[in-house]
Write a protein that binds this ligand. Structure first.
Ligand SMILES: Cc1cc2nc3c(=O)[nH]c(=O)nc-3n(C[C@H](O)[C@H](O)[C@H](O)COP(=O)(O)OP(=O)(O)OC[C@H]3O[C@@H](n4cnc5c(N)ncnc54)[C@H](O)[C@@H]3O)c2cc1C
Length: 269
């Protein structure tokens, strides 16, 4: 994707850490993963986001990014869209190992286990790059102590957008910390909406027709008594799924007031 071999270094800025890109993987022409080294001072909870960016002549150009690695990881991994004329990603898509990027010193976010009250089944509903915070959560051993089952639904338009499909289909086989727990408790339901695929319905349809409960224990319906839900992705998905959950008696939670479900927009637009 880039013909450069020389890494780009950036000038120090007091407000940000400057981190080195360790690796980049392109899934297709508009989706890529990359990782930077982790500043020793950075603490975060699995599921949180952070501002990252590149320099411009005036000031750093920054955007919010969910951290895709779990809270214990030495690397900070990200899953990024490449918007053709996007101010940041039209440049970020060309990064190579050895380049430097800005990383804010503070993380935040609502897609954290602490914003939910205890439950038995955890449903993670993602569209597109909304998968990113859930890659963090599903690789955190703490989540398997809190829940008996963890289900990730990842809805994308095209087959090649199913980033991490092999890892998720294998139920995180080979993961150093959660392999055993995930083998028993983790389920992956991929959806592809614009190409032939076994599962093509919208997430809302799966919620209503029972498809969401394929292969998992318990009642084939969502119940606020023991089910918890996190959502990250397009505004449409979040709005429609929230409406279903609220009809079923689920309450939206936050860091200040944990409850039954939490949301985060994967992008503003
Ligand atoms: C809390 C939060 C967390 C985020 N986490 C991620 C993340 O983990 N990975 C990521 O790629 N982006 C994420 N984003 C979006 C990110 O901040 C930028 O919008 C994105 O990197 C594009 O930046 P840009 O400057 O190139 O274009 P922008 O000017 O920011 O966006 C241009 C347009 O592209 C579309 N767009 C932007 N981001 C996306 C996306 N992720 N998927 C589909 N369409 C999009 C929107 O229509 C938007 O109006 C997050 C946003 C928020 C608010």
């Amino acid at each position: 994707m880039s013909s450069r071999t020389e890494a780009v270094k950036i000038a120090p800025n007091d407000a940000f850490n400057i981190q080195t890109v360790l690796w980049v993987k392109h899934w297709n022409e508009h989706l890529f993963s990359f990782a930077v080294d982790r500043p020793a001072s950075l603490r975060f909870r699995s599921g949180e986001f952070v501002m990252i960016g590149l320099p411009t002549e005036a000031r750093p150009l920054l955007r919010a990014y969910s951290i895709a690695s779990p809270s214990y990881s030495d690397e900070l991994e990200f899953l990024s869209i490449a918007v053709p004329d996007g101010p940041l990603t039209s440049r970020l898509r060309h990064i190579i190992a050895g380049d430097e990027i800005y990383l804010a010193r503070k993380t935040t976010g609502t897609l954290v286990a602490d914003a939910l009250t205890p439950g038995k089944r955890l449903f993670l509903l993602a569209t597109g790059t909304g998968l990113a915070p859930f890659l963090s959560i599903m690789r955190d051993p703490d989540i398997y102590e809190r829940y008996e089952q963890v289900v990730i639904v990842h809805s994308v338009r095209h087959l090649s957008d199913l980033a991490f499909r092999d890892v998720l289909e294998s139920r995180l086989a080979g993961d150093p910390l959660v392999e055993e727990e995930a083998a028993a408790k983790f389920r992956y339901l991929p959806i592809v909406t614009r190409e032939p695929f076994p599962r093509q319905q919208r997430i809302t349809t799966l919620m209503e027709n029972g498809g969401l409960f394929e292969g998992i224990d318990g009642e084939p319906r969502l119940d606020p008594a023991h089910d918890r839900v996190m959502m990250c992705g397009s505004m449409d998905m979040i709005r429609d799924c929230s409406a279903i959950l609220e009809r079923l008696g689920f309450e939206e939670g936050s860091n200040a007031k944990p409850a039954d479900f939490v949301i985060e927009k994967a992008f503003v637009g």
